[in-house]
Design a protein around this ligand. Structure first.
Ligand code: BG6
Length: 492
């Protein structure tokens, strides 16, 4: 696979305009990511950040907020002072056209002062209901009339079903072409998720067995131990299916089952992913009932039930857990069940992928039964790979035992791994969209998810159907039964 991108380290020159600059995402993820880029030399003298939001903050106050968001990552006072001096605050009402004029004047000034060559990255870290308006005014008020590039980074959720996603996309694409639109899925910025393609297409021993002749089933688990925390308002309208399956899980599935792309560039990778999404079987309501399980957590030790969390209706029917069996009808993977599972308040926080291979003939060993060969990709925590093999039991007897070959990133390597947001922001600065979600992928993933959601909405479940799993477990029993029906079991 030819690598066509030149990702050589090089100082990036750009103005960041962050809509939602006072928000949680900006403070938890974006400012630390920018600081990491600064420490690693991707951002040096030629960058500036305008944070915008409604609150009337001063530059000084804003810089203090930025400073405290990177507390603990800093080597020296002069380093943090120099970094924070690139940040400017502009109080902004996204509906007020005049405010864009003020923003343009500031943007042009910073462009001159910092030598930014007209490169602009607009980061929309706020409610999607404003995306269309912001993009429209950025264009109409001349912010995008520069000699450099103008790109927009969009945070999730990108719609709540196909129709709303399409509407949103139509609004944005009137002002920013697809190649200038970077839709974030932060899982695509994770080291081990990016490792899937390297593993699959960099090892002939794996590519030769990555098919329905050799693979019994694939399991993708995104398990979280936390509950909904402060995000009840959003989560209760979304649920686990929209929050985790439509984006992160389906993107991982695409990387796991797509055919080999012609090159590692956005166009070729996307082509393969879209083919995979098109081959994903869309279920009828009856098939949804057979292949999908939903759950909602009840109380556990020192933990309240979902329905008792803040901003959640006491009779909420929103799912905090989903497990499902997917089928992809492409030649190599047709017939291989792909089991997916995600939930809040599960036993542990872990993201992992288990590829379970078909068992060999055990007649040579007196029909003792052989253990599964499993390739596990540990995304987080404990980043690494495990491969289980059958080897001879030590001693006189000719029998087998399961042996694990494990690879773990060392502490030093883990420290060097860029955080997902750092990696993705750098990709956007470099104009590299290979790790972003294209509209075509979204279109199919929403259609797949809508079929499940619609089937669930038609079911008239009694209110006491939930809760159906306790905090600290791995979800409802029906999730185990889903695999048991096919003679499988969750490896994790
Ligand atoms: C987000 C979801 O996209 O991913 C959250 O909205 C979830 O509900 C989060 O907690 C999980 O991300 P990570 O990187 O912590 O596994």
């Amino acid at each position: 696979m030819k690598v066509v991108l030149n990702l050589a380290k090089k100082e990036q020159k750009a103005l960041f305009v962050i809509f939602g600059g006072t928000g949680d995402l900006a403070q938890r993820k974006l400012y630390p990511a920018l600081f990491d880029l600064y420490k690693r030399g991707y951002l040096k003298k030629h960058f500036a950040v305008i944070g915008t939001a409604r609150r009337p903050w001063s530059n000084g106050y804003y810089r203090d907020v930025v400073r405290s968001s990177i507390d603990g990552m800093v080597n020296s006072q002069s380093q943090i002072d120099e970094f924070a001096s690139h940040f400017y605050y502009q109080s902004h009402n996204v509906n007020d056209v005049d405010h864009y004029e003020t923003l343009r004047v500031l943007a042009d000034k910073l462009d001159q002062d910092y030598g930014l060559e007209g490169n602009r990255l607009y980061y929309l870290a706020m409610s999607p209901s404003f995306f269309g308006t912001i993009c429209e005014h950025l264009k109409s008020q001349g912010l995008t009339k520069t000699t450099g590039y103008n790109r927009v980074i969009i945070e999730k959720p990108f719609g709540h079903d196909y129709a709303s996603a399409k509407k949103l996309n139509d609004e944005i694409s009137k002002y920013f072409p697809e190649e200038a639109t970077f839709r974030i899925d932060h899982y695509l910025g994770k080291e081990m998720i990016q490792n899937i393609m390297a593993l699959r297409f960099g090892n002939s021993i794996l590519s030769a067995i990555w098919n329905n002749k050799m693979i019994s089933n694939i399991q993708v688990t995104l398990s979280e131990s936390l509950g909904v925390e402060e995000r009840g308002g959003y989560y209760d309208t979304a649920g686990a299916l929209r929050d985790m399956v439509q984006n992160h899980i389906l993107q991982i599935v695409a990387l796991l089952v797509m055919d080999r792309p012609d090159s590692y560039c956005a166009k070729d990778v996307r082509k393969r992913k879209v083919e995979t999404f098109k081959a994903l079987k869309i279920y009828s309501p009856k098939e949804v009932a057979q292949n999908f399980v939903r759950g909602q957590y009840g109380a556990g030790k020192d933990m309240v039930a979902y329905r008792e969390e803040s901003m959640i209706a006491p009779d909420s029917m929103t799912e905090t857990f989903v497990a499902g069996k997917l089928e992809v009808d492409n030649c190599d993977m047709a017939g291989v069940p792909i089991y997916i599972r995600t939930g809040k308040r599960l036993a542990t926080k872990a993201t992992r992928i288990d590829i379970v291979f078909k068992k060999d003939d055990d007649s040579l060993f007196g029909g003792q039964g052989l253990a599964d060969n499993i390739l596990t990709i540990n995304v987080e925590p404990d980043t690494g790979i495990d491969f289980t093999l059958n080897t001879k039991k030590i001693g006189q007897e000719f029998a087998t035992r399961q042996t694990n070959i494990g690879y773990r990133l060392t502490k030093e390597q883990v420290a060097k791994v860029p955080e997902a947001y750092e990696r993705l922001i750098l990709n956007a600065l470099q104009g590299n969209s290979v790790n972003f979600t294209h509209w075509d992928e979204l279109e199919y993933s929403w259609k797949f998810v809508d079929a499940i959601r619609n089937a669930w909405d038609q079911e008239d479940l009694p209110v006491d159907y939930f809760p159906n799993y306790a905090c600290g477990t791995m979800g409802p029993q029906a999730s185990d039964e889903l695999l048991a029906k096919a003679g499988h079991h969750w490896i994790f």
